[in-house]
Design a protein around this ligand. Structure first.
Ligand code: CA
Length: 423
């Protein structure tokens, strides 16, 4: 077992039992404050630990690392150092935060400089994303959508159980949690229309997803086998793939979604490492028919992560509209990565790979309003009495997620975004 995951570890920092960030998590992110420019931090309880300051105090001197790497506006340079280095830094941070270590706790000047309350830190986009791929890997989501748009008897297209379906998305409009999103304007062709019109979308939706961040460059031409995928994955974030359904429905034939998705994609700021999630590996669903050999894998490659989506109208409290789990994804991340590189396409550090909308098959587990309201046919009634077929202006969507076992909760925090009126 990775020592930093030991459930018996405790920190000298007081951490609430319902915190997403106990000493067993230690996710990486980029933050700034009124006094500090952008730099690397680690989440611990309700604090951000400033790695830049720890580097200045030579607390990483036993690791072969240039401490100026922590003073960058993105994690990419750090990630490029490779899995042994991420692991060594996480292990060292764990050691420094334990009750039996006083290297920080015994130095009040250092402690004052390196611990920042989360309320005083502004979280920034953690990685510079060069390439963004979005998969479509939830069997339940693909089935729900196929039943609505195609054939209730044959909801899945013939390729679905053979290929981890995906498309290349837009990297420039990936934003961090807290960034407001303008309602997009686009071309639509409703059933009553004779010709298309150009107007703000009437069917703005969210998609509940998780995403992994590539941790290693690969050369062109070289596929990554599914069993080697883990060392190419730095960690995971929550993702909201904002979608304009009316635009999507008109534009998606024959090449797939384009402007209905590219206006914004929101991610959570803390990257939870695969190391921290190791205790939450679970077996995925049985895959029939058996995938082709290049998609075969050994071991357990799904993760038990509880997920929820909340909707918050402008003047009302947030309300939970979806609860589901990442564990049931049909295609796992190792297969997605093997498929992405199977044609020799190269990976770059910081690339983002969305899971696709995560839905269950029961009401209450659907990861998009498209599914929840049956494309607007069965609107949601909120506690304030208002109804939603799709998102209204000034609605906020909040996605939260955590893995929990034996009283240890490895959380992701949240990804939040508010809809602003079209420009
Ligand atoms: Ca999506």
């Amino acid at each position: 077992m990775i020592k930093a995951n030991d459930p018996t570890l405790h920190s000298w920092i007081q951490i609430s039992p319902d915190s997403d960030f106990p000493i067993q998590n230690l996710p990486f992110g980029i933050f700034q404050t009124a006094e500090k420019d952008a730099r690397m931090g680690v989440a611990i309880g309700s604090y951000v630990l400033d790695l830049c300051v720890l580097g200045q105090y030579n607390l990483f001197e036993l690791i072969d690392i240039d401490p100026t790497i922590f003073h960058r506006p993105y994690l990419n340079d750090f990630i490029a150092l490779g899995q042994p280095t991420w692991r060594a830094v996480r292990n060292r941070v764990s050691e420094l935060l334990r009750t039996d270590n006083d290297e920080i706790s015994g130095n009040s000047d250092l402690m004052h400089q390196c611990l920042i309350r989360m309320t005083e830190a502004e979280m920034l986009l953690p990685v510079k994303v060069g390439n963004y791929t979005d998969f479509y890997s939830s069997l339940e989501h693909a089935t729900n959508v196929g039943q609505m748009f195609r054939d209730p008897e044959q909801p899945l297209l013939p390729n679905w159980r053979h290929i981890p379906i995906g498309y290349h998305g837009r990297a420039s409009s990936i934003v961090v949690s807290g960034t407001d999103v303008y309602r997009p304007t686009g071309q639509t062709m409703g059933p009553e229309q004779q010709t298309p019109i150009f107007q703000p979308t009437n069917q703005l939706d969210f998609e509940l997803e998780m995403a992994f961040i590539a941790g290693k460059d690969t050369p062109l031409g070289y596929p990554v086998p599914a069993d080697a995928a883990d060392e190419h994955i730095f960690g995971l974030v929550l993702l909201n793939d904002w979608s304009a359904r009316d635009v999507q429905q008109w534009e998606y034939v024959p090449l797939g979604p384009f402007l209905s998705k590219s206006f914004a994609t929101s991610i959570s700021p803390w990257v939870v490492t695969l190391d921290a999630l190791e205790p939450f590996r679970v077996k995925g669903p049985e895959q029939l028919p058996r995938p082709l050999p290049y998609l075969e894998f050994t071991g357990h490659r799904n993760y038990d992560i509880q997920l929820e989506v909340l909707l918050q109208p402008a003047e009302s409290p947030e309300v939970t509209i979806c609860q589901t789990n990442f564990r049931n994804m049909y295609w796992n991340m190792s297969q997605q990565l093997a498929h992405q590189t199977s044609n020799g396409c190269n990976l770059q550090v910081g690339d983002l790979y969305g899971s696709g909308t995560i839905s269950g098959s029961e009401p209450g587990t659907f990861g998009s309003l498209l599914e929840i309201t049956r494309q607007g046919k069965t609107p949601l009634t909120l506690p304030d009495g208002s109804q939603r077929s799709f998102l209204h202006d000034n609605d906020s969507v909040i996605v939260r997620g955590y893995a929990e076992k034996g009283g240890i909760r490895i959380g992701f925090g949240e990804v939040r975004g508010k809809v602003l009126p079209a420009i």
